[in-house]
Design a protein around this ligand. Structure first.
Ligand code: DMJ
Length: 616
């Protein structure tokens, strides 16, 4: 037994040691997370290659891998033609998964394989096939994949060494873009959802399409126009987008499906998920990519309407565009992209609270079910599947970029672990048919390589993004933010120094959007925050939705003095029992780490950490 005096001194030492050696504690902390990131990056790298190599072995050049039977599916054309009636006899698909993998290969630093893919596609890809394809899917996956890969093949990084690249991917993209154009030949300019690559719009083609189907073509088609110098693609996409926007209700809400010939709504109920999601995403991203004020105005009104009519605490239900009344109370897996978009906008508090609800559902089931009935707290009877979707990983990546809170790394780790335990099979990664039984389905979607693996990789290793600014398309393909692509960037949008705003103590990153979106945002919240209001954040009026806590002076001081990681995220605070006078209703948001200061904000406040700049 140690003498009591010695025990006492050991205890005293343990209590005061953190203040004696603060640096070593935080160093230990940061080396822990660095090691964790390296380990996780390797795990994601291995996942990607397991999926990719199995695709090459068992499915290439067909579209997608069937990992259980180790065979293939030509999903791009099968979507529009389940009986495969019109496909040429020796049709080999469009190498969809290879196209979708190219930007991920670059992000993971594999230029050799990227070059191999570029050369193969240059020599073999051909769109002159009698196949009815979905315009939206083909646009985001194939056109987006090709345009992004062309940019990566020709930027200043000199990734291709064989010298045989003569813009073949751009030529292919342009050929595909031309094949899209007949779809826009409607009385409204709204495109048909389906088009035959060889023959254009087919006889008796359905005139029904979705909001995302005609409202999210602008990034890829706009980029194609900028690269080729031919405005026709961008004009077609823009005309459709404007027409769609003109169909909004007086509440600035849109429906989910519509008729392209009459320009009338078919389904008046909509939300932020299936059939609509990327419409919102593209309004905002188009503003970043092309600098047009119009996109911003549309996005701003649309975003406000979403927050006002769809949001219920951290959840988003559907509502009727005509009167804003709630229709369906459902959480869908696709909605999980929304917090990521909110990070780009700078609405971090709202992003954080929704994101953790999705994480909660992910943890409850092991993955995110396609549809969960919020009003009954149960799974949708038929939509119990999880097809390896990327949206939660995507939002986790954005939130980590904005906050650097290691909690998001832990979320990423649990996503990776779930994917490996439930979906990894010998022949690749299989979708889940039913999240209650974890029964698998014989399909590895191409977005698993284009998005799921990419966002997880970027979460743990973002070196690809250092000193570069990209907008990721809805399919995860990077497009660079170039000032030469900006039509107009008014003075008011440009901070004096592109990336940093001076602050008394420390330069704080601020996005160009910050200045425009939220001019009243406080950048220094160390001493009891001033009112922080965002132009695009509608406060949730119901007090029972709030995730706030009452903070006493003592706790507030403690929060400001403590090491950020332990106290910063809202979630960590929720378990605390705070006693004392209810002085200020405060909310802790964002996640300072190491020496960054804690930000304490009023409810409904937002903080911007994201930044984007235009390269010359
Ligand atoms: C992807 O193809 C795109 O992200 C699209 O916008 C909707 N979601 C799927 C993957 O879930």
């Amino acid at each position: 037994m140690l003498p009591r005096q010695v025990v006492k001194w050991i205890l005293v030492f343990l209590v005061i040691s953190p203040s004696l050696f603060p640096v070593s504690v935080s160093e230990a902390d940061s080396s822990y997370w660095s090691a964790k990131k390296r380990h996780m990056k390797k795990k994601v790298h291995d996942m990607f290659y397991h999926a990719y190599e199995n695709y090459l072995t068992h499915a290439f050049p067909h579209d997608e891998l069937k990992p259980l039977s180790k065979s293939f599916t030509d999903s791009l054309s099968e979507l529009g033609n389940l009986k495969l009636e019109h496909l040429p006899q020796h049709y080999n698909g469009s190498a969809l998964t290879l196209i979708e993998s190219m930007s991920s290969l670059v992000i993971m630093g594999n230029n050799t394989e990227f070059e191999r893919a570029v050369l193969w596609l240059s020599e073999n890809l051909n769109f002159d096939v009698d196949a009815r394809i979905n315009l939206f899917e083909c646009n985001i996956r194939v056109l987006g994949g090709l345009v992004s890969a062309h940019i990566l093949a020709t930027d200043s990084a000199n990734r291709l060494v064989q010298g045989s690249y003569k813009n073949q991917l751009l030529t292919l993209a342009e050929d595909l873009g031309r094949r899209f154009l007949p779809a826009f030949d409607t009385p409204t300019g709204l495109p048909y959802a389906w088009i035959n690559l060889k023959y254009g719009v087919m006889e008796n083609e359905t005139t029904e399409t979705s909001t995302s189907g005609c409202g999210s073509l602008i990034l890829e088609m706009g980029a194609l126009s900028r690269l080729t110098g031919d405005p026709i693609y961008e004009s077609a996409a823009l005309r459709a987008l404007r027409r769609l926007w003109s169909m909004r209700s007086s509440l600035n809400l849109l429906g989910t499906t519509l008729d392209v010939t009459t320009g009338e709504w078919i389904e008046y109920s909509s939300g932020i998920g299936a059939g609509v999601d990327s419409f919102y995403e593209y309004l905002f991203k188009a503003h970043i990519l092309f600098g047009k004020e119009d996109f911003w105005r549309m996005f701003h009104s649309a975003y406000l309407a979403v927050q006002k009519y769809f949001r219920h605490g951290p959840w988003y239900h559907e509502a009727d565009m005509r009167n804003g009344k709630a229709t369906y109370w459902q959480l869908t897996s696709l909605q999980a992209f929304w917090p990521g978009l909110q990070v780009l906008v700078g609405d971090i508090a709202a992003a954080n609270s929704s994101h953790r609800e999705f994480v909660h559902v992910w943890k409850k089931f092991g993955v995110l079910p396609e549809r969960y009935l919020l009003d009954h707290l149960m799974l949708h009877p038929t939509e119990k599947y999880y097809p390896l979707r990327p949206e939660l990983a995507e939002s986790t990546f954005y939130l980590y970029q904005a906050t650097k809170d290691p909690w998001y790394l832990e979320v990423g780790e649990s996503i990776v672990n779930s994917l490996n335990s439930y979906t990894k099979v010998d022949g690749g990664f299989a979708s889940i048919r039913d999240v209650t039984t974890m029964q698998l389905e014989d399909h590895q979607h191409s977005f698993f390589l284009a998005e799921t693996c990419k966002y997880l990789y970027l979460l743990f290793d973002d070196s690809f993004l250092v000193d570069r600014n990209y907008v990721f398309t809805t399919e995860g393909h990077p497009l660079p933010v170039l000032s030469s692509w900006h039509d107009r960037l008014p003075e008011a949008y440009i901070p004096r120094n592109w990336t940093f705003l001076p602050s008394e103590k420390q330069a704080r990153r601020a996005s160009a959007m910050t200045l425009q979106v939220c001019p009243a945002t406080s950048l220094d919240c160390r001493h009891r925050c001033q009112q922080v209001k965002s132009a695009c954040h509608i406060p949730d009026a119901r007090s029972d939705h709030r995730t706030c806590i009452y903070v006493t002076d003592e706790l507030s001081n403690e929060a400001q003095q403590s090491e950020g990681r332990k106290l910063s995220p809202i979630i960590h605070y929720e378990g605390l029992k705070v006693s004392g006078k209810k002085k200020n209703l405060l909310r802790l948001e964002s996640a300072p780490h190491n020496n960054e200061e804690i930000r304490v904000m009023e409810d409904s406040g937002i903080h911007h950490n994201s930044s984007w700049t235009a390269h010359q």
